[in-house]
Structure formats: structure tokens, C-alpha cells
Design a protein around this ligand. Sequence first.
Ligand code: LLP
Length: 437
Amino acid sequence: MTLAELLPSIGCSTQPVLEDGLWPDGTRVAGGDLLIGGLPVTQLAARFGTPCQVLDERTVRGRAGAFRETLPEAEVVFAGKSLPCPEVYRWVADEGLSLDVSSAGELALARAAGFPAERIVLHGNVKSSEDLKAALQYGVSRIVVDSFDEIAQLGALATHGQKVMVRVTPGVDAHTHTKIATGVEDQKFGFSLASGAALEAVLRVVEQPSLELVGLHCHIGSQVRRVASYEEAVRRMVGLIASCGTRISQLDLGGGFCAPYRPGESAFDLFGFAQRVRGTLNYECALHRVPVPRLLVEPGRSIVANAGVTLYRVCAVKRGATRTFVAVDGGMSDNPRPALYGARYAVRLIGRGGKPSPVTVVGRHCEAGDVLAEDVPLPGDVHAGDLLAVPVTGAYHHALASNYNQVCRPPVVAVAGGVARPVVRRETEEDLLRRYV
Ligand code: LLP
């Protein structure tokens, strides 16, 4: 193995090797520049400024299509919270996906996109009466209830046969970060299967004349690698279906399929998931003598994460006693994931290679924890004015962005076939001032 081959595999960014599987489909290195959707990132940075979130449309559509092709019998529901943007909702609608929303706000984006109500599912452990009313008014096809209070509240607001799924906590450990593990007992989501609350919730829904129970739902967590965790969820959920005593026609397994963030990490084994989950579902249903429900999956990250790349400009480099800090013009306001989940990213310097040395890429915010990437290799001569590209920023970046320090949020620029257009414009100081009274 040559050094150039070895360095990327251990997290090093050298020119011109591109780390496998992290970048949008079709990304390539050309003359020191990086081409995404056929466009050089240096041009994108010059035209749209930095920080800038670049989003490759072909990658989003391709991943959405792959879910449909690999799971033709299932309803594939895009988790709208991962990249809330009407244009992206239109792309996934085009690809035949449904959409899940978790608030009236996300529903407003879906409406703006003209997303068909019969393909929308509403989620959330808390739905305010505004959320529920907006959903009923738009006629979303299913609402996933998450508490006894909500069953009563929705029962009172709905007028005729609102279709409902019950969110179940199946007690499955998805082996992911605790802040995104939602299938285990003793957290705020769902009705516990083990305690009998899930069965009780089913009965309460059935008792409400204005509600129609169509399915059971679970979501075991996010950034889940193991297919076995989903198989275990299927076993438990089918056991519950068998004890419901009423026809359950849909089984929603939620999302959570992992995306690779760093060199050497692999993508989710979607094909293996389809085969193993299909097999387990058919077997368990035969065992329990219940009809096989229609499967639903709710991928978010696995569709959009690797379609996104964030461009930052280096503003300052500080060479300390033990570490070199490379400070950029964004930070935790456009990517709080390292601070929240200890997430780690690869970073690439655009325009030149060089002997790599480890640096810490930090943001511009007034927090010591505002670190974008720790201990990443960049060419030793990295300096102010350099352009950096961070891949795998398509999921939960725009969604989680904030105005901390009144820094304006970056645009999301869609690229496809050599054409770039903002689908979310850069926030301005006028936008900021508009809210203050
Ligand atoms: N379905 C439900 C009910 C969910 O709560 C979620 C994500 C999904 C589907 C989609 O999960 P995905 O396929 O995207 O993993 N902010 C965190 C992730 C939070 C996930 C919340 N729920 C992050 O940046 O990692």
C-alpha cells in the first residue's frame, strides 16, 4: 500500500485521493478542485459565499430510489426532520416516497411543497393542539400517537376515522449514542411493550370512535449499524400484533439506518436489511398466525447525509504548544453535532495537497466546545483564506442550525448537472432583526 492509499484509510486527506463513500455520488477531484454535481467547489464558494451547504440532488434522488427498489413491498417514508426543505420534499415525492413530519412547521413546508396528504405521517412525543389541528386540517393520512393524553386529545379533535398508529418502545438496544437511542425502556418516546402500556394504548385507540387503528410504529434509534437490532424489533412487534386482538395492517419500523461519516466506515447494508427483515416478518407472522402487515420504513440520514458538503473559509490558524487550531467562518451554529453527540468528521483542504499534520478545526462561536473536527490531517501550511470542505453534512445540519452569536445561517445550494441554485437562501441581518420588537 502506498502512503497516498494508506493516509485516507486512517483519516488523512491528501490530494487527489477521495475518501470512499463519504462524498456525493459522482464527486471527483479535478486539478486540485473538487467537482460536486459537475461544479467546482471553489466556484460555488465564490458565488454563494461561505459557509455554504452544498447538496447534490442526484445523490438524494438516487438513495431515495434505492430504498424503493430494494423494498418494493414497503412504504418508504422520508424523515422530513433530517433535511427540512420544500424542494427536497419535492424530490422525494417525485421518487415515490412518503413523508414524515413532526410538527405543524414541518407540515407547513410539506404543504408548500404540495406534498400529497395521503402520503404524510405525523410523529412526535409531543403534539400541541396546533400540530394536531394542522394535521387534521391538511388531512394527513396517519398520526402516530405517543401518549394516553394525546389519544384522548386527538380523539376529541378528530371528527371521522382519523387513521392512527401507536408508537411502541420495543425495548431493543440499537447500540448507538444514548441521545439518539429511542428503542430502549426509560426514555420519553412511545408506549412500553414490556410494561403493557403499548397494549393498553391499542385498546384506548380502539375505544375512540373518531380514530381508526391501522398500525404499530417503533423507531429504535439513529445511526444504527446492526440489521439484527431491526430483526429483534420485528420479533417483538409481531408478538404485540398477535396479542392486539384486532387487525393491524401496517408495521412501521422507523428509520435510523446509518451513514458513513469518516474514512473506513461503511454504509448501511440495505440489501441485507431487506432480506433479513422480510424473512423475519414473514416467519414471525406465520408463527403467530397473523396476516403480514405492510412494512413502513422512515429513512432520513441515509438518504441525505452523504449528499451534503459544507464549505468553510479558514479565518485564522493558531499554532499552540500541543495543538494547531484552524478557525473557520462557521461552527456550532451550522453543525452542533460534534458538541451534541461527539460526532466526528473528515475535512479536506481544497486547492493543494501537502504533507499532512494533525489540526483541530474550530468554529467562530464563544464556546470552547465549538469544535468541528478534532485531530484531522490537513496540509501543514494551512493558512487563512484556504477553503475547506466537510463531507456528510446533508442530514441534521440545516435542521439543527441556530443563530448563536447572531451568526446568520448558511444557504443550502442544490447542485445537479452543472447547475447550482439555492434551495435555502443565506440568512441576513434583516432576517435576524425582523423578530426583535
Ligand atoms: N422516524 C422517527 C420517528 C424519528 O424520530 C427519526 C429521527 C427518523 C425516523 C429518522 O431517523 P434517521 O433515519 O434520520 O436516523 N439529530 C440527530 C438525529 C436525531 C434523529 C431523530 N429522529 C443527529 O444529528 O444525529
